[in-house]
Design a protein around this ligand. Sequence first.
Ligand SMILES: NC(=O)c1ccc[n+]([C@@H]2O[C@H](COP(=O)([O-])OP(=O)(O)OC[C@H]3O[C@@H](n4cnc5c(N)ncnc54)[C@H](OP(=O)(O)O)[C@@H]3O)[C@@H](O)[C@H]2O)c1
Length: 282
Amino acid sequence: MRTTVMGLGKMGRALAAALVDRGHDTTVWNRTPGRLRDAPFTHAVTHAATAEDAVAASDVVVLCLLDFESVVAVLDGVDLRNRTIVNLTTATPAEAAKLSALLTERGADYVDGGIMAIPSMIGTPAAVVLYSGSEQAFRRSESALQAFGEARYLGAAPGMAALNDIAMLTGMYGMFGGFVHAAALVRTEGVAVVEFTETLLVPWLRALFPALVDMAGQIDSGDYTAKESDLSMQVANDGISVVSRAQGVSSELSDPLFALMRRRVEQGFGGDDFPSVVELLS
Ligand SMILES: NC(=O)c1ccc[n+]([C@@H]2O[C@H](COP(=O)([O-])OP(=O)(O)OC[C@H]3O[C@@H](n4cnc5c(N)ncnc54)[C@H](OP(=O)(O)O)[C@@H]3O)[C@@H](O)[C@H]2O)c1
């Protein structure tokens, strides 16, 4: 498939390399020329001199630029008729919807994407890229997009990929926050963080992961009746802030969460399971 990659930063270079690896006829363009100087595949791609040439070269045009504004600037005045624009530049759902409207009006089919990977993961089974927008355009481009990793289509609303991307990052940062707090606690007693993480924390988190799906079921159904550990019990034993204080560690990461749990109990939902807290966020 003839593909174009616009934007040869760290991620764009990885995307272009993955397309070349899979044998796609690839054209590349970057605002600042010479970005592929050191890349082993630079001779296997066509270098477009202008954004117009880059878009004209392929039916599927992948953009991976810094932000929404750079995408608007780069495509300004370019003929987009009959082109599939796959925008892998990180965007908000509102920006994705805006771009979709703007580019569709100019004759393009728009697919928005969220890359759930870092550049070294691109082209490996560990990479997942979320897509939303024109389903027809996604299906037409799918065989090329699979070069990047698993291609997951989430629906016609252009902002769905961006929303799910941010939701996944939210879950990730929640886990990272818990991790650094745990690390701060154990190292107060000279415990090696790597040993704690490998032998205790990771196995514990792994054992808990399946519970997330059960919690998700409670949120979908709205039935939070506690099965084993209700909120009243959990806030009564807020050992996290007590022990953190005693060890000289800040509990500023976990305090807001426990404040929400206590508020839910005060509202009379002490018999609920933890996911009941979602009602305070919505
Ligand atoms: N790197 C990651 O781990 C990662 C992971 C997931 C998603 N992403 C997303 O992928 C996108 C690119 O990230 P990156 O890591 O490749 O960033 P990067 O290395 O900083 O590259 C940025 C790219 O955007 C171009 N650019 C910036 N402003 C521009 C403008 N006004 N007009 C035209 N081109 C412009 C740069 O061109 P010049 O060379 O001319 O400056 C460069 O090609 C971002 O939206 C990022 O959120 C990155």
